[in-house]
Design a protein around this ligand. Structure first.
Ligand code: PEP
Ligand code: MG
Length: 824
């Protein structure tokens, strides 16, 4: 008999194995021992030993002690799925180590954020030792005696004689033969007399030894030979194969790995997603006729009257517009009154121009001025000016404009150089399948209208688009950023199946949209809506929004002559809060400036507005406006419903300044209840400093639109760079992972409110990275909820690890293609 004392290998709370949330450990399938809830991330040798196993993912080590017993130290539960992230091994198989030598270390924050548990079993995995527990239910430090093992003298066992059976399989388990499957295999073999071995990679391992099985390093997809000898060899092999091929509870399909429609190569016309979706349809070209106008007028009084009448008619028409496009119509109506147009038009009429020529010269001068700014967002407003020019000239010269709009074929894919908002509104949406434009930008008004109508839209496709023949059947994948101008029959049929499957799924998604969103394993994920107007709120609630994850308050400030006062703001916030019922409302403080200038606030022209005076920088430069807004939010939104979020933060000091302003506002409105104050992570520095921000913030929310543009140095509004913009780029995902680590370190929740949250295909990766709230475009909520309900956290974490290891967005998207209905 030999007595061996094992010291504590890592500091923490010692507890019985029964407390480990995994039956393989808790039910002692691997052997007896103890578990430690670690307080530090360094694992040391509990005594002098030989290293006989190190997991390829460095999350576990097996030691042979006194040439007699084998002990496994397995950090955390399901940590194999981290694929090594956060772990570093300091020893290799064959190393002889002294007591206290460092075996491996791990980043507590990363592992805590991504694994279900950090609890670390220390298990005697070999036969023949009795285990005595020396420390339990208390804190232990390195070197404290933990277990005493009494080892019996070994008895040589003759190999069983009898039949031999053999079977070769391809390893289906997502993480190969790691500790848990190995334990189940050993347990199964205890019920058989036969001796079994595994062969892989040219090596053989005793299937009854967990250590040997793990040391084979068999991964998913590897070939494994199962061989048994003995009286029940055939039954043993059959049982082993059934156990492995049955998946051992690990082999359910990983998220995002549903079969995807393969992306046809070569002939595709690339473009930029302006509105999400996928369509198959028939090409219809939409052209914009130029209305001929007389240069000379019939006299200033007559032309002035004609222009005023046309302006009044158009103004009335825009004001009367309801539903889709009413907000854009309101912006157009404001432009009609803009002195920047009316003054030069009046001057031209006074100088002898016709009303039409005067209006055209005024809109075109404004267009030239906008284009000269070089700001792509302003350049996109050029389409609005062109639209107003066309609509007004059509009223002034109805005969010249009279070209009856061509009827759309069923499932029309409209192709155009650009589409004006009024043209879009006039199209028969029942027949429209999607839109693709040669020019345009992803943040144009038409793009917003298309997204609101649920129609996919691709922009910046270039002149190749204009060459696609009218009547041609095409596939438009706005999500993938391409149009296939000449798909073959099989590709068309597969695309048609995908659309039919989407349509079949939609009623069920809508029916389930009101229910709370939980993953298949019960994990709660909040699915919220992004809102930027009062009108949108009711629709979002209908689609199942469980709250508002981002209220873009700019809607109150744009398209007017003066900033809204405190009462007006409070009333607007109150209206949204009331419509949301008791659902949480996250109000973002003003994010104007830079790319969203407002005429009545003094902005100095900037060369790089996206890097300039915007978001929280503007708010801190104008504390008067910030104070008004914070008071209005506190007055408008009830205490327990209210959360506040700060945009464009790069430093903790900015959060501290807003936090101080919030304190001032609380005193001013005599409110005691302080709402949660969160930070948008939309700059690389906020992601890198997420830990420091999360210390003082109540939550973090990823603004993936800006985070992507800043991470990839690609302007989110510039058609020339927008092909680079994909929030699933691994560079962006790594920043999100940093934000998740920072949030987890301070136990803060992490959400996503950028556009990527609306993409059901991205949900698994985002959740795997640590996100628990997805704030989507209202229309996307039913599909996102449906997708989340199919997912399991452990799979998502594994998928996220794989995504982080990719080097391109395309590789990541190949891991997580759009959801395709599984075969019935
Ligand atoms: C973002 O940047 O992702 C975001 C949500 O903010 P916005 O799109 O309003 O800039
Ligand atoms: Mg932003």
């Amino acid at each position: 008999m030999t007595r061996i004392v094992l010291n504590t290998p890592l500091a923490g709370w010692a507890c019985p194995l029964a407390e480990v949330p995994d039956p393989v450990f808790a039910e002692r399938m691997m052997g007896d021992g103890l578990a430690i809830e670690p307080t530090e991330g360094v694992v040391r040798a509990p005594c002098d030993a030989l290293v006989v196993g190190v997991a390829p993912t460095s999350h576990s080590v097996t030691l042979r002690i006194a040439d007699a017993v084998e002990v496994l130290i397995h950090v955390g539960i399901d940590t194999v799925a981290l694929a090594g992230a956060g772990f570093t091994a300091h020893v290799a198989v064959g190393d002889r180590v002294r007591a206290d030598a460092v075996l491996l270390d791990f980043d507590l924050d990363i592992v805590a954020a991504r694994a279900p548990s950090l609890i670390t079993p220390v298990i005697v995995v070999s036969e023949g030792a009795t285990v005595e527990v020396l420390a339990r239910d208390r804190l232990v430090g390195w070197g404290d005696p933990l277990l005493a093992l009494t080892v019996a003298a070994t008895v040589a066992v003759a190999p069983p004689a009898g039949d031999e059976a053999i079977h070769v399989l391809v390893m289906p388990l997502p993480h190969g033969l790691h500790a848990r499957p190995a334990a189940r295999i050993v347990a199964l073999l205890k019920t058989h007399a036969a001796a079994a071995v595994f062969e892989a990679h040219g090596r053989t391992a005793d299937a009854c030894s967990m250590v040997a099985v793990m040391a084979l390093g068999v991964r998913q997809g590897d070939e494994l030979t199962v061989r048994a000898t003995g009286t029940d060899a055939a039954a043993a092999v059959e049982a082993l194969v059934a156990l492995i091929e049955g998946g051992m509870g690990e082999a359910h399909t990983a998220p995002g790995l549903a079969p995807a429609l393969s992306r046809p190569a070569g002939t595709l016309i690339p473009g930029i997603r302006a509105a999400p979706g996928f369509a198959v349809g028939t090409v219809m070209h939409l052209t914009q006729s130029t209305i001929a106008v007389p240069e000379a007028g019939a006299g200033p009084a007559i032309e002035r009257a004609a222009l005023d009448a046309a302006l009044a008619t158009l103004g009335g028409r825009l004001a009367a517009m309801t539903g889709l496009g009413s907000e854009i119509a309101a912006a157009h109506a404001a432009l009609l009154d803009d002195p920047g147009l009316s003054v030069p038009a009046s001057r031209a009429i006074a100088a002898g121009s016709s009303a039409g020529a005067a209006w055209r010269s005024a809109t075109q001068a404004a267009t030239t001025a906008l284009q000269a700014t070089g700001d792509p967002h302003l350049a996109e407003r050029v389409a609005d000016l062109a639209d107003l020019e066309h609509q007004l000239l059509a009223l002034l010269y109805p005969d010249a404009a009279a070209t009856a709009p061509a009827a759309l074929p069923d499932d029309a894919v409209v192709i155009a150089a650009d589409v004006l908002p009024s043209q879009f509104i006039a199209l028969d949406h029942q027949r429209l399948a999607g839109i693709a434009t040669a020019g345009g930008g992803p943040t144009s008004h038409v793009a917003i209208l298309a997204a609101a109508a649920g129609l996919p839209m691709l922009v910046a496709g270039g002149t190749a688009l204009l060459e696609v023949a009218e009547g041609q059947a095409v596939i438009l994948d706005a999500d993938g950023g391409w149009l296939d101008p000449s798909p073959d029959a099989a590709t068309l049929a597969a695309a048609g199946d995908r659309i039919a499957s989407d349509r079949r799924r939609r009623p069920a998604e809508l029916a389930a949209a009101q229910a709370e969103c939980r993953m298949a394993d019960g994990t709660r994920i909040e699915v919220f809506a992004n809102l930027s107007s009062i009108d949108e709120t009711a629709r979002a609630v209908e689609f199942g929004a469980e709250g508002c994850g981002l209220l873009r308050t700019e809607f109150l400030f744009l398209g007017r002559d003066a900033a809204p006062d405190e009462d007006e703001q409070a009333a607007a916030y109150a209206a949204i809060a009331t419509t949301l019922g008791d659902r949480p409302l996250i109000v973002r403080t003003l994010d104007i400036g830079g790319d969203k200038p407002v005429a009545y606030l003094p902005f100095v022209p900037e060369d790089n507005p996206a890097l300039g005076n915007r978001g929280v920088r503007f708010s801190l430069a104008r504390p008067d406006l910030l104070d008004i807004q914070l008071r209005a939010i506190l007055r408008g939104v009830p205490g327990d419903q209210c959360r506040i979020m700060v945009p464009m933060v790069v430093a903790p000091a900015e959060l501290a300044a807003v936090s101080a302003a919030l304190d001032r506002a609380l005193v001013a409105v005599r409110r005691r209840h302080r709402p949660q104050l969160g930070v948008m992570v939309e700059t690389p520095s906020a992601a890198v400093l997420a830990g420091a921000l999360a210390r003082d913030a109540d939550f973090l929310s990823i603004g993936s639109n800006d985070l992507t543009q800043y991470a990839l140095a690609a302007d989110r509004g510039n058609p020339a760079t927008a092909a680079l913009i994909d929030a699933l780029n691994p560079a962006v995902l790594r920043l999100i992972a940093l934000a998740a680590d920072g949030a987890a370190a301070h136990r803060r929740w992490l959400g996503v409110c950028g556009g990527i949250a609306s993409d059901p295909a991205a949900a698994a990766i985002l959740i795997g990275l640590g996100v628990t709230e997805l704030s989507c475009a209202a229309g996307a909520i039913p599909a996102v909820k449906a997708r989340v309900r199919t997912l399991r956290l452990a799979d998502c974490r594994a998928l996220a690890v794989r995504a982080l290891a990719c080097s391109t967005a395309a590789e990541v998207r190949a891991l997580a293609p759009p959801l395709v209905e599984e075969a019935a």
